[in-house]
Design a protein around this ligand. Structure first.
Ligand code: UDX
Length: 490
């Protein structure tokens, strides 16, 4: 039997899509809820939790005693034994739909029958894991869908994707020229978006047939009938960045809250429980890079990071490597072990001739604490794959960007950065070393660089307003979400 005292504590079960870019904002949200008095169960896949434990020792000690507990469910993938590489995102998404529901229900049943743990009182789930709504309905508790993406991307998912099949929109299959022509076409019928290039809509606009698994995954997840069974929708953004898209979304969803950037909000939690130190890195941080930055002049370093899922060919990799080297600027480059699709035993930037050429101007590591890096005064700009967390974190510290998107929402984020918010410069998809050299010099010392830095600083100020503990919109919205939704089942 549970004591009445324990019963009174609200208990949120937080379940992210099991990929780094979704786990990080969910973990930060969970820390904030914990800080507001919630007991937290955070659900990882077994595969990811194994990797996280390899990189950090914090989790076990906290699990044994505290009100912030980690639990795991299997991901249903056969490849789950090789813990060193990024999982295939398509397989993972399809598997969440097919295989996660039953173990998630069993986990909830187990938690509900465990003594000394408060009864689960709400579920906060990734927006792309709507199967969790069934569980909340069965338990009769509030449920929140959390989109770790921009409002613009969510709007494209809901308003554009169903049309891909209905209007038979698909790019020509093999012809590069015709594909480029297709991507240049604009449409103007998504409410709240205005005119947009097809190439700026989140992939799989690139899908050449209606059986594409990711296309169908998104269409299944992003149906307003399903989503409006959830108590509320939370979007990782701030109103000032995308007012029209949010207005348009408010006609689809019953209740929307905007909160962000979660990395900044979580950083402000007072360090009293150790929870604020929790990390969820799938790779080991190289803390040396902060010391390396300490010895660099202010705004003298270009930071290069392609996130957790981007891969590139060895040719693209070489073009980046020589472009950076030839720019003669300082750079910190994060090269995940699985970034390059290559048979080379030693990738170029780790070969002696390259290291000799860059001397101490460049530092190459496999993973870093990105938020610490971006707030470091030595960072002058960020060459990014345009993952939403990366962009939001970069804007938080007023760092201008060079944009080379890979897939998913990144094309849309690139467009927002370069065209709407004025904080980025585009890099051609077919990357060339001469272009990288030119564009790196431009962002670090050219007129365009100064202009986008000024805009980035304006957005930084806007973000600081949102995360102000006295009346900032993100704090107010967090409190509203708790009072109006999460505590409503109690
Ligand atoms: C994925 C998608 O690619 C992205 O477009 C989507 O918006 C979220 O899911 P990912 O590719 O990993 O994410 O990019 P991003 O959104 O930038 O998230 C990466 C996260 O890992 C960020 O929070 C970043 O701070 C962190 N990170 C990344 C590190 O802490 N260290 C690193 O070296 C690299």
């Amino acid at each position: 039997m549970r004591s009445s005292g324990q019963n009174q504590k609200p208990h949120a079960v937080c379940i992210p899509l099991p990929a780094q870019g979704h786990i990080n904002p969910m973990l930060n949200l969970a820390k904030l809820l914990h800080h507001k008095g919630f007991h937290i169960t955070f659900v990882h896949t077994e595969f990811n939790y194994k990797r996280i434990l390899l990189e950090s020792s914090d989790h076990e000690s906290i699990n044994s005693s505290s009100s912030f507990r980690f639990e795991t469910i299997p991901d249903g993938l056969i490849s789950s034994d090789a813990v060193s590489t990024t999982q295939d995102l398509t397989e993972l998404c399809v598997s969440t739909q097919k295989n996660f529901s039953a173990p998630f229900r069993s986990l909830l049943d187990r938690i509900q029958s465990t003594e000394n743990i408060p009864a689960v009182s709400c579920i906060v789930s990734d927006g792309l894991m709507s199967f969790t709504i069934d569980a909340a309905e069965q338990l009769g508790i509030p449920h929140v869908l959390f989109y770790t993406l921009t409002a613009m991307t969510v709007l494209c998912f809901f308003q554009y994707y169903p049309q891909i099949i209905e209007r038979r929109i698909s790019p020509p299959k093999d012809d590069g020229y015709l594909r480029r022509e297709f991507m240049e076409q604009t449409i103007d019928w998504i409410p709240g978006i205005g005119s947009i290039r097809l190439g700026d809509i989140p992939t799989p606009i690139w899908a050449t047939n209606s059986d594409d698994p990711i296309l169908n995954f998104i269409i299944d997840q992003c149906s307003s009938t399903i989503v409006n069974r959830s108590s509320a929708v939370l979007i990782h953004t701030i109103d000032a960045l995308e007012p029209q898209a949010l207005t348009s979304l408010s006609s689809i969803f019953n209740r929307i809250y905007t909160i962000g950037p979660l990395s900044l909000l979580a950083k402000q939690i007072s360090p009293d429980t150790g929870i604020e130190k929790l990390r969820s890195n799938l790779w080991r941080n190289d803390s040396d890079c902060i010391e390396w930055l300490d010895f660099r002049e202010p705004a003298s370093v270009i930071y290069v990071n392609f996130g957790s899922t981007t891969v590139m060919t060895s040719r693209q990799f070489e073009e980046f490597a020589w472009g950076l080297a030839n720019s003669m600027k300082n750079f910190l480059w994060i090269v995940r072990p699985d970034l390059v699709i290559s048979d080379d035993v030693v990738p170029l930037p780790l070969r002696p001739e390259y290291l000799f050429q860059i001397k101490d101007r460049g530092k190459i590591v496999t993973w870093c604490d990105q938020v610490l890096v971006l707030e470091h005064p030595a960072i002058g700009s960020f060459l990014t794959h345009c993952g939403w967390n990366s962009i939001f974190e970069s804007l938080s510290f007023g760092v201008p960007m060079l944009c080379w998107p890979f897939f998913g929402d990144q094309q849309t984020n690139r467009m927002c950065c370069c065209k709407k918010w004025g904080v980025g410069i585009e890099i051609e998809e077919d990357v060339k070393r001469e272009e990288i050299e030119r564009i790196v010099k431009e962002v670090m010392e050219g007129e365009k660089g100064k202009e986008i830095k000024r805009k980035a600083m304006e957005w930084k100020r806007e973000i600081q307003k949102a995360v102000n503990q006295n009346g900032g919109s993100s704090y107010l919205n967090l409190d509203k979400l708790i009072e109006e939704v999460l505590l409503c089942g109690n």
